[in-house]
Design a protein around this ligand. Sequence first.
Ligand code: SAH
Ligand code: SF4
Ligand code: F3S
Length: 480
Amino acid sequence: MENTTNINELEAAKQLEIINELKVLYNQDYQKTGINKTYHIVTFGCQMNSRDSEKISGILKQIGYEETDSEDADFVLYNTCTVRENANNRVFGRLGYVGRLKKSRPGMLIALCGCMMQETTTVEKIKESYPFVDIIFGTHNIFKLAELIKTRLENEHTSRKHSDKMVIDLWKDTDMIVENLPNERKYSFKAGVNIVFGCNNFCSYCIVPYVRGRERSRSPKDIINEIKTLADEGVVEVMLLGQNVNSYGKNLNPQVTFAELLEEIEKIDGIERIRFMTSHPKDLSRELIEVMGKSKKICKHLHLPLQSGSSRLLKIMNRKYTKEDYLDLVDRIRAAVPDISLTTDIIVGFPGETEEDFQETMDVVRKVNFDSAFTFLYSKRTGTPASTMDNQVEESVAKERFDRLLAEIQALSSKSSGRDEHTIQEVLVEEVNSHDENLLTGRLSNNMLVHFPGDESLIGKIIPVHLNESKGFYYIGSQV
Ligand code: SAH
Ligand code: SF4
Ligand code: F3S
């Protein structure tokens, strides 16, 4: 433990030094041209990637880059996702476009990072077909960004061919957690906070454990300190992030449970709302349900991925719970937190899925009555056990089931949404409505959206709002 801490601190100091070197260099440029260099980040995928992009932003701003809203910038970075095939295709599309932009922008740097880069085949393809890319790094070493930029700038003078100037730094896995580097926050009143990195579950369809590495938890001290600082800066809502937050603390010495961590966060003055994502049903403990039942700050929303309602398929998926376990868990959660909103993820067309298996999923959907569900067509990910199973479901069959599932979910949620119509609820005001600037948009504790007339100065505040009318996915309200 001690050793790792020392190494992490040394690494942070080294990176800060390089950030400062680049800052001096960029400032000299600015003195000559009077123009600041700009950066633009395109983020794909989940909240882990969004949070990583905030950290990348922090490093770039510290160096002296200014953020801009298009890819016509001096530094363009794609933070990629590879959880399903279509995520990958979108990145290659963007690369074609930005490559053409680069031709008319001397000195422009293009970088790629994130989960897709952890796959060797992707990197080979980029080296061959997109040699204009300048920097490639992965999910384990984003803290090294300044060092990679420095190396790329040095290569400019030493290498001739463009593809030889490319800096590629990919780590297979790491146990490093480098704290206290500069980082940015998209919102001033709510913030994502990593609590556990990586995943050890190896669900048989999923690429995440291969590209995000083994599970490692941040120390409770670092998490609490970060949240206290956020609270001092005016943050009222935190979203604790991990692929499986329920297994938080298992690799710490001494062990700490997720429920214990939540109890500590609950005590922090200024934090009014606590959310977390994602909960694996197999690790959702009785202790956690108890803490959720007692808590004044934990939001009344739980995202609990089901994946399938068939116990037979759940076993092959390596999810380690049965249909009955899942339903029992839902009953216990609802008994402890009666007004909780439940949402889920479901995969349709997993190898070997029969109509009977699919009906089991439909049965759980009807029994639980989720407030909403993200539904995905199974996507074959090279390297996962499911990708070589020989009973892959035909696309047309999977698509037809997918449509039936979606219709069922929509029918059910349109019946149950609007439960809170005509009541007064606490709302965290988040932004001016993107379609109508006279309206503000906020969220209830259960994550439902509310639009209501109000002044911009309310953004970031938690206020009571009367929910006048339900519109399915959102309410129209008025301030009380
Ligand atoms: N760690 C989270 C989710 C990670 S990925 C969890 O365990 O719940 C987000 C969602 O993508 C998953 O819940 C799953 O429903 C979906 N997903 C993952 N791999 C997939 C694949 N190969 N094909 C289709 N959907 C997939
Ligand atoms: Fe993927 Fe399963 Fe880990 Fe979630 S818990 S990231 S689905 S392996
Ligand atoms: Fe995608 Fe990586 Fe998240 S694969 S879903 S960005 S962990």
